[in-house]
Design a protein around this ligand. Structure first.
Ligand code: ARG
Length: 870
């Protein structure tokens, strides 16, 4: 708003001009003063602070600017473009604690709410409102007006000002009883400095354009800020011995987040509007002249105009040497591993302490060992999660250190994810020790630390524990799987997959299997999952129970506990997501649910539509005696089905040397693929009289763990599931072995029989390729015939008969043999009726056997005749 426009107004108005003495004393408070990161104010420090209630509930703050006028924020009163009726609101003046009884408080009804015409939404500015009280406030020590700045008034960047309010003390964390007014010192940020911060994508990947009439205050590193419920309240700066209101709390992105200072309505910009509204009221608000013109800001050097704050947590000099690794020593039990989350708090599994006597006098003997600390820390308090004893996902406790540690290179806290964090598929993760487990892994040297009671004594010098050498176990690198794989592999069948915007139920890292197999079993391990974004480590998940002799494959996400952790600690480092490149998964809008699983777990999973580079996880390369390569299909964690003619030389009785590879797609290594290889230790054939049976089961030297690189296919009782779509899955050529799928339809047994009259062994399936797909895959490797059920599961139906493109040995007739040989074959529940429509007569249409030309031509002829027959 320009000075010229303002001028006539000022002259017309009977109230203030430059020369006129201010008749209202303003901005004086008793000498002595959520707000996030603030503290209780002293009663009487901020006598202009008011609480605005709608139907009896505190909603916003405000400031008294004249006996009958309160300044606040427009967004408190405007909902969906409509201004609230003034009668719904009341103003509470002279309160300190909002707990009853409100001793000297004055309550006023609101006669009118005035909002600038051009206000529409907070982000578009003009977020201010004036409330005219039904009767003037009685001024006294606890109720006094604040001074307002003239439009020419300049508040220098870097000035320390104060914001006050009864708002949340952290995001979604209300001010606790007795609701004492909070105050926080905030520094004014210059426009360029603030715009620089808001131009970088922050929470929710958002950027923001500051507008004239807005003002920023706070800190690049965050942690101190106003929050929900503080809106409308004042940001005041002291000049001379008066307090001037520089800003009105308007909005922010979250509260106290790094590089996201609070945005305030710049009161000076609205001098003209305010004067216009209050014109004629006696006494009106006071706009004293600024006592001194600020030169340049006390703190803000020009080159500071575009500095951003970097995370203060999650920095590790080298992976595995986690500077947040904490060992809690409780007399009489093995040490328990946890993580330092702030200068005073350690997060660890509650199960470590459930059996301990937690009365404070016992805590006296507890100690916490932190990296690079000369002495063990003492414990002041243990706060278990309320669900800890019955919900594994909430097996958490917070331990408060008696004396906060100085955060330096070590110890240093780990970053915790905000609830909306979405760890991108493919994120790089590693494991950290967690709880009492994690000591039995391969390569873990069993020192005296892990075993037996270690009662720490006073003066306990833990030099030998201070910097644990990284072990191979903790160095294992893992990649995060996408939500679909994680939930469908390890979750419940039919469960819907949380979209990227919702908190996940599980986080699944994919490991290179070889490393895991080397040298032993990870029984009884419990681990934390650390994931890295832009060089910063987040504690992403925890797992206390492992499933048998496996490294945990699915972790409980920690992000759902962020609010509890920050509520208890008031200072844990919750960090915003740093990488936002969601890729195609981020655009996924339709709710996905998981295909059916069997009693043995998930089978036949493949995402739909499959992104580039996704494997057929059951497709195996069977390398026979080093030369021939055949197709194999994983039917259970330790079994692969292949064509007998591929793995056994005719007439030979010796079992050849066979290697099986899964998770490979030819020569090109896949970015997300973790190849798995096994030796074949036996070959099983069904009993067939005379003929060599077409199918062979290969027993693997050890089981494979289900993953997107190695997952058994499903089987369907009776063979072909109703309503399925079917494919021949093979390699384009046996050299490069890039998988290709050709769409086919399976002919009815009668058509098949008629077409190949007399020459087919029983149980053979005939297929008809979709136009132009006949020679997509080569046949010497015996490609499988697969169908995808309506539920989305992939089912094995047959394996190509030697040398044929159209004929397949059906799985159906061998079901009993397969389920007897392979305990864990994944048979889906039967789906009732048959794949084919009911057929008419048993007779073959005339001339089919003599039909000349390609099989395709013959099939057409056949189909045609059967159609005509009805
Ligand atoms: N709009 C909020 C309210 O209605 C105020 C939010 C201030 N947020 C911040 N991060 N400074 O109370």
């Amino acid at each position: 708003m320009s000075q010229h426009l303002l001028l006539p107004l000022v002259i017309l108005a009977p109230s203030p001009t430059q020369e006129e003495p201010e008749d209202l004393d303003c901005g004086r408070s008793e000498p002595s003063a959520r707000i996030m990161g603030g503290s209780d104010a002293q009663a009487g420090t901020w006598p202009w602070q008011v609480s605005l209630s709608q139907k009896g509930n505190h909603i916003c703050g405000g400031s008294l600017i004249a006996p009958s006028w309160v300044l606040s924020a427009a967004h408190c009163f405007v909902k969906n473009g409509t201004l609230d009726p003034a009668a719904e609101w009341s103003v509470l003046l002279g309160v300190h604690s909002q707990d009853w009884p409100l001793d000297d408080a004055q309550v006023r009804a609101v006669a009118a709410i005035l909002v600038p015409d051009n206000y529409s939404r907070v982000e578009l500015g003009a977020d201010l409102a004036l409330l005219r009280l039904a009767s003037p406030a009685r001024l006294g020590p606890a109720v006094r007006p604040v001074c307002l700045p003239r439009s020419s008034h300049r508040f220098a960047p870097g000035t320390a000002c104060w914001a006050t309010g009864w708002g949340d003390v952290q995001e979604a964390d209300p001010l606790p009883l007795p609701w004492v007014l909070q105050e926080v010192e905030l520094r004014l940020l210059g426009e360029a400095a603030c715009q620089c911060l808001y131009s970088r994508p922050g929470p929710f990947n958002l950027t923001f354009q500051l507008l004239p009439g807005m003002l920023c205050a706070g800190y690049r590193e965050g942690r101190r800020d106003t929050c929900q419920g503080d809106s409308g309240g004042p940001l005041v700066c002291e000049e001379g011995s008066r307090w001037f209101q520089a800003g009105i709390t308007s909005f922010g992105f979250g509260c106290g987040r790094r590089n996201r200072p609070g945005v305030f309505t710049a009161v000076a910009s609205y001098e003209a509007w305010i004067r216009e509204q209050v014109m004629g009221s006696e006494p009106g608000p006071a706009f004293p002249t600024q006592s001194r013109q600020p030169q340049s800001g006390p703190r803000e050097a020009p080159d500071e105009n575009c500095t951003i704050a970097l995370p203060e947590c999650g920095k590790a000099t080298r992976p595995g040497a986690w500077p947040w690794e904490a060992q809690v020593m409780v007399p009489g039990s093995r040490p328990c591993h946890g993580a330092l989350v702030s200068e005073s708090w350690v997060l660890a599994p509650a199960s470590c302490f459930l059996d301990s006597d937690r009365s404070p006098r016992y805590l006296d003997n507890w100690r916490v060992l932190l990296p690079s600390r000369p002495r063990a820390e003492q414990v002041a308090r243990l706060v278990p999660h309320e669900n800890a004893s019955w919900d594994d996902a909430s097996d958490l406790a917070l331990l408060q250190l008696r004396v906060p540690v100085n955060l330096s290179v070590a110890p240093r806290p780990v970053c915790l994810p905000q609830p909306e964090h979405y760890f991108l598929p493919g994120s790089r993760c590693r494991l950290g020790r967690w709880g009492r487990g994690g000591e039995q892994g391969p390569g873990a040297e069993r020192g005296g630390v892990a075993e037996g009671p270690t009662p720490p004594q006073r003066g306990f010098a833990p030099s030998s524990f201070s910097e644990p050498a990284p072990r191979p176990s903790t160095l294992l690198e893992a990649e995060l799987l996408g939500g679909w794989w994680c939930h469908c592999l390890y979750g419940r069948q039919g469960a819907s997959v949380p979209p990227p915007r919702d908190p996940p139920h599980a986080l699944c890292p994919a490991y290179q299997e070889e490393e895991e197999e080397a040298g032993g079993c990870w029984n009884d391990s419990s681990w934390s999952l650390l994931c890295r974004e832009e060089g910063t480590w987040f504690l992403a998940g925890i797992r206390n129970l492992s499933s048998g002799c496996l490294r945990p494959r699915a972790f409980f996400p920690l992000q759902t506990h962020g609010p509890w952790i920050s509520h208890v600690t008031r200072g844990a480092y919750l960090e915003d997501q740093l990488a936002w490149d969601w890729g195609p998964e981020g655009e996924e809008t339709k709710i996905q649910s998981c295909p059916p699983a069997t009693e043995h777990g998930a089978c036949g999973l493949r995402p739909e539509p499959a992104p580039m580079g996704v494997l057929w996880p059951w497709l195996a390369e069977v390398h026979v005696a080093g030369d021939q390569v055949c197709t194999g299909i994983l039917v259970a964690p330790g079994w692969v089905l292949a064509a007998t003619h591929c793995v056994l030389r005719r007439g030979s009785t010796t079992v050849p040397y066979i290697e099986v590879y899964l998770g490979r797609a030819g020569a090109s290594p896949l970015p997300q693929g973790h190849p798995v290889s096994r030796l074949v230790i036996s070959i099983r054939l069904p009993r067939h009289l005379g003929l060599q049976p077409p199918l062979a089961l290969l027993e693997l030297s050890s089981r494979v763990k289900p993953s997107p690189s190695a997952l058994p296919i499903c089987l369907h009782p009776g063979g072909i599931p109703l309503g399925a779509s079917c494919w021949v899955l093979g390699w384009k050529d046996p050299q490069d072995r890039v998988p290709v799928a050709a769409a086919v339809s399976i002919l009815t047994p009668r058509l098949c029989h008629c077409l190949y009259q007399g020459i087919l062994p029983p149980g053979t399936l005939c297929v008809l390729y979709a136009e132009g797909q006949e020679d997509r895959c080569e046949v010497t490797s015996a490609p499988p015939l697969l169908c995808q059920t309506e539920g989305g599961s992939w089912v094995l139906v047959g394996l190509a008969v030697r040398g044929s493109r159209e004929l397949f040995a059906a799985i159906g007739p061998e079901e009993a043999w397969i389920s007897q040989t392979v305990e864990e074959a994944h048979f889906l529940p039967p789906s009732g009726s048959s794949y084919w429509p009911p057929e008419g007569s048993d007779l073959c249409p005339p001339d089919t056997a003599r039909a000349s030309g390609t099989p395709r031509a013959a099939v057409f002829l056949l189909l045609l005749t059967s159609l005509i027959q009805g």
